[in-house]
Design a protein around this ligand. Sequence first.
Ligand SMILES: C[S@@+](CC[C@H](N)C(=O)[O-])C[C@H]1O[C@@H](n2cnc3c(N)ncnc32)[C@H](O)[C@@H]1O
Length: 411
Amino acid sequence: MIQENSVNFGNNIDLLKNVKDCTIQCIYIDPPFFTQKDHSLYSEKHKKEMKFSDKWINLSDYLKYIKNLLSECKKKLKDDGTIFLHCDKTASHHIRVLLDEVFGADKFINEIIWTYRRWSNSRDGLLNSHQNIYFYAKSKSFKFNKLFTDYSPTTNIDQILQSRERNENGKSIYQTDTNGNVILGKEKKGVPLSDVWEIPYLNPKAKERVGYPTQKPYLLLKQIIEISTSEGDIVLDPCCGSGTTCVTAKLLNRKYIGIDISNEAIDISKSRLDNPVVTSSALLKNGKEDYYNQDIYKVPYLEILNAIPVQRNKGIDGFLKEYFNNKPVAVKIQGHNQTLQSAVSELLNSTQSKKCEKLILIKTNDSTELSLFNNEIKDDRLTIVDSFSLIASKLLENDKSNSLRTSVCSG
Ligand SMILES: C[S@@+](CC[C@H](N)C(=O)[O-])C[C@H]1O[C@@H](n2cnc3c(N)ncnc32)[C@H](O)[C@@H]1O
């Protein structure tokens, strides 16, 4: 029999027979997606290529495998257990039908959309930036822990806190006491977690990345395990790959069972379990706004210039949407307390390796030191433009000294 807290090498459908029936609280499956490709990635960290095959005779061969796997998994779930099947547009429409067949259409709970930002070009149609996770239960009465997220900035919190009731016409109205004062509702924990999850894809430099092809982020598994299990429950992943599910379960004080047909996957899972590393996400910690607008006052300048903002780059704040000589045009906005000299050096340093033939620096403040420095700028690519507020303050200065001159002459 397969032990709790273990990762096991072998074919999942065979090995699942060695897992005790009705013992598993949650199963997460991230199987091959029917891409008809071999997936491989060279891991710098482990100095070797890691791969798994996603080639099948045909679609029905693939669907037969998935259906057998699902049937075997169902036997292992506790009566209040749940299953999450991860797939993408390639076969999601077929997989949902299989899940209905094995678990029953009435056991469908949600289709979770995992969405992330991608910058690659889409060949035809819209850029694909999501994957699907089907969430089914073994029975109608299943374990589910409610998670809450923050209200959006546009929510009128004041209204939300007031209790509501239906009037004689069935219309929802605010409840008031006999003196006409509003009655406060129950304490609010936030907005219940929706079925669209925005969690960043693991970037090539993410600390938790081990170099296994299609490795999923810890934060995705954390959310799945938190909504479906309690501490001490067993989580099973029959296609565990680099062991993300097992590592997450361990960190959340759950028990785990991992299975994979690749020896490399088992080795990497074991080493991750010995030394778990997770990446903290600035996006999730600080919110989307913070992530995108670190220097919020620069955004209007970029909008006026029709430029795309660049994040986390000291020297470049944006690129114009329009190219110059088929090359991007980098834009920098002089910081509030920054000298022009330092703004120019930052822009030039950051564009050294970029093939820009035009650089624009928006000057936001003026001083004697700057005008001296202006004469020394030698880079032909650079154009320094005064911001609107600087132009306005120069105009006002001019008008003031003119009227002073007039009043001295007439005085
Ligand atoms: C998409 S990857 C899983 C990635 C994993 N979620 C992670 O975060 O690293 C799919 C995995 O399924 C495994 N696999 C494919 N067929 C299998 C089978 N019959 N039995 C066990 N594992 C299998 C592959 O070796 C591969 O590691």
